[in-house]
Design a protein around this ligand. Structure first.
Ligand code: TZP
Ligand code: MG
Length: 207
């Protein structure tokens, strides 16, 4: 992949079937056509698929990404990372340790969620390719989301790590995306701003 990690974070779309009122493949096709820069398959929480159903959907979404040359990430699921031959893996603080991930997947893009200074200090930041910072704003998409940390969290991370690729997450929409970039993020990652958009194309263009 020729694009640098900070560039591919610019419009980072995350989705699982549980986030959709219609066919996820249809949503991803439109999003890919209009100009998302990365996609993460996050099949998680209430009403999410598992087993063969999850693999089947993952393969379908991965193929859409391949067709449009969009990097395909998996959330947390290391087994599926192999099966789907993903470009990258995103993990949270409670998931598989980054040290082990990096050993197992030396060439994949690895992203880690960080919500506060404590988590950053306890994490091997030098081993990850980017961090997901948030939740920046309140969100109801993730059932167990932590409390919103605000734009200050992006500013803090940026001043501490001038070169680290950072993507904001949580409650980001067409109205507030610019403030996340102004605070120092390389991009915005969104679920509902796309899956619940009245007009997906309009929404992506405005992000
Ligand atoms: N991690 C922190 S907040 C969040 C995740 C996966 C949910 C983001 O969803 P939305 O709809 O963009 O607020
Ligand atoms: Mg996780």
């Amino acid at each position: 992949m020729n694009t640098s990690v900070n560039q591919l974070l610019r419009k980072y779309f995350i989705m699982g079937s549980q986030n959709c009122n219609c066919d996820p493949a249809k949503i991803l096709e439109e999003a890919a056509l209009i100009g998302i820069t990365a996609f993460q398959f996050r099949e998680k929480g209430e009403h999410s698929l598992s087993g063969n159903e999850k693999i089947k959907l993952g393969l379908k979404l991965r193929d859409i990404c391949r067709k449009h040359h969009i990097p395909f990430f998996i959330n947390d699921d290391v087994e599926l990372a192999e099966t789907l031959d993903v470009d990258g893996i995103h993990v949270g603080q409670e998931d598989q340790p980054v040290e082990q991930l990096r050993r197992d997947f030396p060439d994949k893009i690895i992203g880690l969620s960080v919500s506060n200074t404590n988590e950053v200090e306890e994490s091997p930041i030098h081993l990850v390719d980017y961090v997901g910072a948030g939740p920046i704003f309140p969100t109801s998409t993730k059932e167990d989301a932590k409390e919103a940390v605000g734009l200050e969290w992006i500013q803090t991370l940026r001043s501490r790590y001038p070169k680290l690729p950072i993507v904001g997450i949580g409650g980001i929409n067409t109205e507030n995306a610019a403030s996340v970039l102004e605070a120092g993020a390389d991009g915005v990652s969104v679920i509902s701003a796309i899956t619940r958009a009245q007009n997906i194309s309009d929404s992506i263009i405005k992000l």
